[in-house]
Design a protein around this ligand. Structure first.
Ligand SMILES: NC(=O)C1=CN([C@@H]2O[C@H](COP(=O)(O)OP(=O)(O)OC[C@H]3O[C@@H](n4cnc5c(N)ncnc54)[C@H](OP(=O)(O)O)[C@@H]3O)[C@@H](O)[C@H]2O)C=CC1
Ligand SMILES: Nc1nc2c(ncn2[C@@H]2O[C@H](COP(=O)(O)O)[C@@H](O)[C@H]2O)c(=O)[nH]1
Length: 486
């Protein structure tokens, strides 16, 4: 990446910068390869943050199916994380996991489960997971909430083989004028679902798969307590990447924890032949990167204070505008053969493009993804009927209370003094883009387009060719669309 004019002497964030188009020989946006450059080589360079309100099993599955990754947060008990990863690994890499109910599940419960996934139906199965029918919200709408799934389900279901190509599924659904295909194995047992949009996406995205063809997922580990035990458990639980995570990553406790994690990882590799990369952060300086690389980090997590749930900058004055942080850290990491994740502050697809232009290997997103069907929270409705989910920061009083539950009352009270995040925030689901896959479509189409404007066919080429200028506040404002006349 180069600056259009001189590089300014002050730091910049995403809104401060823009890219100019360059002569391009790339004739289609679909010719752009978005494979991440962070060493994990995921087909989509996006990671759902290790936040309790964001990443659980549904997020992990969906992100990986579309080529990205989600990281399970450090606050979830390790047996729960292990069980969740097992389910992610058991999920089909192409067909969506269905919401399932039995014949006697009440309509009320069925309707409350359907929004947990974006495809908008529940599959009725028997005790052996054989498909009996489908319930849609429209079919259940007028029914008594205490009626049962059997009373409102349709048995007119498009059943397909798991071997059918997404395009063939799309064609069958168009032919039968149906919105969802149910995939079953030779014994009629449920495998998964596919909507026409899902079929289209399966033809565009490749899933992020491990060495055995299963969906990938990451696990975050804090720097306190039994780090070696937690890393070992995560590795044995099939984590595909370990994220060593704390607010102030450039501290000696992190350096010690990271060295421990590296030793455990290396011993695990010697035993199993499976090498798992370690991400560590958060840092925002070249010095921070160099120290963490020396302690064993393969990827640096970059960002202090840009997060939507973050109060660090207001509370402490510490942090750094994110574009400059990513630029400096990516350069330092590259000099050591490593890479960075740009973590936090992403509000628009353009921010992802700019982070990648600055050299990020992948981009981590938290709060934006909290407002989707796949995030962990329950769907709530405000006074105006708008649907939202609750989000909160991982350094908020709420998260600290949760993380310190095993400590003494005194220790808990002392920890509670150091709050650096919001405890409750509403993340509204965008009615046009309520699922994380809708956001992925929006972001990746934006990034593909950015690459072609730069004349780049891949992310390394994008980083090399991007030309970035600095803009005024009114320059940024000019680029915002209007939904009514002025
Ligand atoms: N990217 C960002 O800007 C930020 C991210 N977060 C996220 O919040 C989560 C919780 O992180 P964290 O609060 O570090 O909790 P952790 O549970 O990881 O504990 C942090 C440890 O580091 C010590 N520490 C020393 N200095 C600091 C400091 N300035 N800030 C925080 N801890 C410090 C703490 O000791 P003691 O408590 O005794 O001081 C504690 O032992 C993580 O997921 C992290 O990424 C949090 C804040 C900022
Ligand atoms: N200072 C704080 N930072 C936090 C907190 N919880 C999470 N985070 C960081 O934000 C990013 C996600 O950013 P977003 O803009 O996409 O929401 C996350 O990965 C953490 O690094 C917090 O309580 N305080």
């Amino acid at each position: 990446m180069r600056f259009l004019d001189q590089r300014p002497s002050y730091d910049l964030t995403y809104s401060d910068v823009f890219m100019v188009p360059s002569r391009s020989g790339v004739t289609s946006r679909l010719d752009v390869d978005l494979t991440s450059t962070d060493g994990l080589a995921t087909p989509t360079p996006l990671v759902a943050a290790n936040m309790t309100a964001v990443s659980g099993r549904r997020m992990a599955e969906t992100m990986a199916r579309r080529g990205g990754l989600a990281v399970f947060p450090q606050d979830i008990p390790s047996d729960v994380v292990a069980a969740s990863i097992r389910k992610v690994k058991a999920a089909h890499p192409v067909f969506d996991t269905a919401v399932t109910v039995s014949l006697d599940t009440t309509v009320g419960e069925t309707l409350s489960l359907i929004p947990k996934r974006a495809h908008g139906v529940a599959v009725v199965v028997d005790a052996d997971h054989r498909v009996l029918g489908l319930v849609t919200p429209s079919a259940a709408a007028g029914a008594d909430r205490f009626a049962q799934a059997r009373d409102v389900m349709t048995t007119d279901v498009t059943l397909v083989s798991p071997d059918l190509t997404p395009q063939a599924v799309f064609d069958q659904l168009s032919e039968h004028h149906q919105k969802v295909a149910v995939s079953v194995d030779a014994d009629g047992r449920l495998v998964g679902l596919m909507t026409p949009k899902g079929a289209l996406r399966s033809a565009i995205y490749s899933p992020a798969l491990d060495h055995e063809g299963r969906l990938r997922a990451g696990v975050a580990v804090g720097i306190n307590g039994d780090v070696a035990g937690k890393v070992r458990t995560a590795l044995e639980g099939l984590a595909d990447v370990i994220v060593m995570d704390t607010a102030h990553g450039h501290q000696e406790k992190m350096i010690g924890a990271l060295a421990t994690a590296r030793d455990v990882r290396d011993a695990f590799e010697a035993e199993t032949g499976r090498r798992v990369l370690i991400v560590a952060g958060n840092v925002v300086t070249a010095e921070g990167c160099v120290d963490l690389i020396a302690a064993g980090a393969d990827i640096l997590k970059v960002g202090v204070g840009p997060g939507a749930m973050c109060t660090t900058r207001m509370q402490t004055g510490v942090g750094r505008p994110q574009f400059s942080a990513v630029l400096e850290c990516a350069q330092a990491a590259r000099e050591h053969g490593k890479s960075v994740w740009a973590d936090g502050g992403v509000r628009h697809p353009r921010d992802v493009a700019l982070a990648l232009a600055a050299g990020a290997g992948s981009v981590m997103i938290g709060s934006w993804f909290a407002g989707t069907h796949e995030s962990t929270g329950d769907q709530l409705v405000d006074h105006d009927g708008r649907v939202y989910k609750e989000s909160f920061g991982m350094a908020s009083a709420r998260a600290v209370r949760n993380r310190t539950r095993d400590m003494s009352a005194f220790q808990r009270a002392r920890s509670a003094l150091f709050e650096e995040g919001i405890s409750s925030s509403r993340m509204y689901l965008d009615p046009q883009r309520p699922g994380v896959e809708d956001l992925l479509d929006w972001i990746t189409s934006g990034v593909r387009s950015s690459c072609t404007y730069a004349g780049a066919r891949s992310l390394p080429e994008f980083e090399e060719r991007a030309v970035v200028g600095v803009q005024s506040g009114s320059g940024y404002e000019e680029g915002r669309p209007l939904d009514r006349s002025w």
